[in-house]
Design a binder for this molecule. Sequence first.
Ligand code: RNT
Ligand code: ZN
Length: 420
Amino acid sequence: MNVKERYEAAKEVYKEYGVDTDAAIARLKDIPVSLHCWQGDDVIGFDHDGPLTGGIQTTGNYPGKATTPEQLMADIDMVLKLCPGAKKLNLHASYAIFENGEFADRDKLEPRHFKKWVDFAKERNMGLDFNPTFFSHPNIKDGLTLSSPDEKIRKFWIDHGKACIRISSYFAEETGIPCVMNIWTGDGFKDVPADRMGPRMRYKEAIEEILSEPYDFNKVKPCVESKVFGIGVESYTSGSAEFTLSFASLHKDKCLPLMDNGHYHPTEVVSDKIPALLCFFPELALHVTRGVRWDSDHAVILDDETKEIAKEIVRCDALDRVYIALDFFDASINRISAWSVGFRSLQKALLAAMCTPHKELKKLQDEGRFTELMAKQEEVKMLPVGDVWNYYCETCGVPTENQWFNQVEAYEKDVLSKRA
Ligand code: RNT
Ligand code: ZN
């Protein structure tokens, strides 16, 4: 049987469960997922020569990483070719493109430094998301940026945040698609702090100042991302979960909470937090990643939590209230492959969620039929979602499950292996 025939058979199976797979496919095609540019070059960017610093780290030195905007764009194009569905491109401020020997520090960045990215996105009908870069820079003092006790340091980073709001507005204007702008800092302490509240009060006021820069909240969606600890900041973070959630809730008219599922204690799950936050926030944002023990940024795979996250977004009917972005960086394997596995896995999770008979399952719960609920939930796991997936890929004009990896291998041989 070919892909189409297998799909037709699967479609009949799903019909018996009251699931319309054609509708699921049509819907999934319109759900944008933000593709992070930083998997392509190990979170380095183009505005500095030094290493990645500030609470996060990449490990591995697999050959072929992008070191110029042209290379990174070519690699992103390859990923777009391999992945189905609607995409946005997620940039960091450190990916500014300077020309003719010009340079602007983070506090002086302007929209024009991102014009090439805007052209790139427009040509591919993609929206753009953005992130101020509060790491890999000499103005991180004693591990702190926005929560630093040094006013000059704080001012520099506040000005950076404001510059990024202006750039985000430019992205939204140019693409006609809202720009999600995420504020994450690695601010924190390696060892037991002597003051936990001071940095947080300064952090609060600094973000408030950034958000005083004028913007249209329908077009620019500033977010605050929390983290429980980072590399070198094991004991304390200024932007803890309670801090950012309270901040976002106090400033609901100006910003959104962002949850990265690698930023919590190992048995805490973001899937359960999504419906909790949806009770209070009109919109929220996600970084989908894969935490492994103490590390937050492994490539996303089709694991239980990824499926559960997708399930919550879908069954809460919140696809238009949740901004979904990927956030991981693996330097130990082919980066195009890491990117594609991550993007495709999230798409698979969304598709599986859309092909689940949530109404019937909810009914069993509400009627207290928990024995049957457990049995049914296990039964639907075995439905032929793989056949729907391959057909979805085919209709999106991208390779099916057993066809994409050889394209990565060819690209490695033809392009990546020739890079210095
Ligand atoms: C780090 C945060 C943050 C970064 C990116 C590069 O732990 O998750 O979102 O990964 O901004
Ligand atoms: Zn993140």
